[in-house]
Design a protein around this ligand. Structure first.
Ligand code: C2E
Ligand code: MG
Ligand code: MG
Ligand code: MG
Length: 295
């Protein structure tokens, strides 16, 4: 009992620290310093075609490693929002695009490249008028074909200011990018608006994949009896929507064979998650792709 109240107190203290403005500014200062010193890293997670098992894409994920190489200073869920808040995300985001395209070009040289590499894009980057120029110049520098770079934009960004977003997305498409809507289903999409946007892919939020086959014992049956079961219903609906719109669907956070099979049976095209592979550094990705090719 004493231990758990100590634990609670500790959690509370951490939450307080992260929340205090001084603590936030300190993290931002440290992030800027480490970013300028070239200490941020990119990790990569494969995306797998559910019917053939072919690797179709790779998502790029930012990491903030500790100096001793033992762990991470903070996870993206902490430092990305602070980078957005401080404006630092524009420089970080540019580095991510440049670095991801260079990594993809290297995979092409090695004969290990899938169809595309994806990067996450935040609102402030999306708003920058230079962003589409950065995309076209970076693709050109590495002689990458149109569609080699996928931009993941969250649903809330995509649904903000419909006219501006539609125009920006069209400019990005002209620059050669593919467009994916990330965390789909967690925001407030107008389906009518969605139809107007030049979207190539919907990424089904992990929370909906979590609901698939989570409990095959009593829990789900009891929920079902009460008529409140949701097991996979949202995933199923989003997959059907993707099919109607004629675009790919990526299931995020696939952790079990049952989830992969459910999504595949519903007609979902691509899976991403620990079941296939965790995010990994570039050297590990090269080994993973090479081993996979050898099979
Ligand atoms: P996201 O774009 O939705 O990325 C997917 C997240 O799910 C990643 O978390 C990934 O490591 C995690 N994930 C993948 N498969 C599984 C699984 O099977 N189970 C579980 N539990 N998790 C899985 P991560 O890397 O911590 O990134 C969190 C979020 O931070 C990302 O969510 C994205 O919104 C943001 N982020 C990461 N890197 C960048 C970046 O370079 N730029 C921007 N703007 N945002 C980024
Ligand atoms: Mg993403
Ligand atoms: Mg996501
Ligand atoms: Mg996200």
């Amino acid at each position: 009992r004493a231990k758990s109240s100590l634990h609670l107190h500790h959690e509370y203290f951490i939450a307080e620290m992260e929340d205090s403005p001084r603590r936030r500014l300190e993290i931002i200062r440290q992030l800027r310093e480490d970013f300028d010193a070239g200490k941020l890293a990119l990790w990569y997670q494969p995306q797998v075609a559910l019917d053939s098992g072919e690797i179709v894409g790779i998502e790029t994920l930012a990491r903030w490693p500790q100096a001793d190489g033992e762990g991470f200073v903070h996870p993206p869920s902490v430092f990305i929002p602070l980078a957005e808040y401080s404006g630092l995300i524009v420089d970080i985001g540019e580095w991510v695009v440049v670095e991801a395209c260079a990594a993809f070009a290297r995979l092409r040289e090695l004969g290990l490249a899938p169809r595309h590499i994806a990067v996450n894009v935040s609102m402030p980057q999306f708003r920058s008028p230079h962003f589409s120029t950065l995309i076209s110049e970076t693709l050109a520098r590495h002689a990458l074909p149109a569609g080699a770079l996928e931009l993941e934009i969250t649903e809330s960004v995509a649904m903000d200011e419909p006219k501006i977003v539609a125009n920006t997305l069209r400019a990005l498409k002209r620059a050669g990018a593919r467009i994916a809507i990330d965390d789909f289903g967690t925001g407030y999409s107008s389906l009518n608006h969605l139809r107007e946007l030049p979207i190539d892919c919907l990424k089904i939020d992990r929370s909906f994949i979590d609901e698939i086959g989570a409990d095959t014992s009593g829990g789900e049956a009891m929920q079902e009896a009460k008529g409140t079961t949701r097991g996979g219903m949202f995933a199923e609906t989003i997959i059907a929507l993707g099919r109607k719109l004629g675009i790919a669907t990526v299931a995020e956070g696939v952790e079990t064979a049952a989830q992969a099979e459910f999504v595949r049976a519903q007609g979902g095209t691509i899976g991403q998650g620990y079941f296939f592979a965790r995010p990994m550094p570039f050297a590990a990705l090269v080994d993973w792709l090479a081993a996979r090719r050898a099979d």
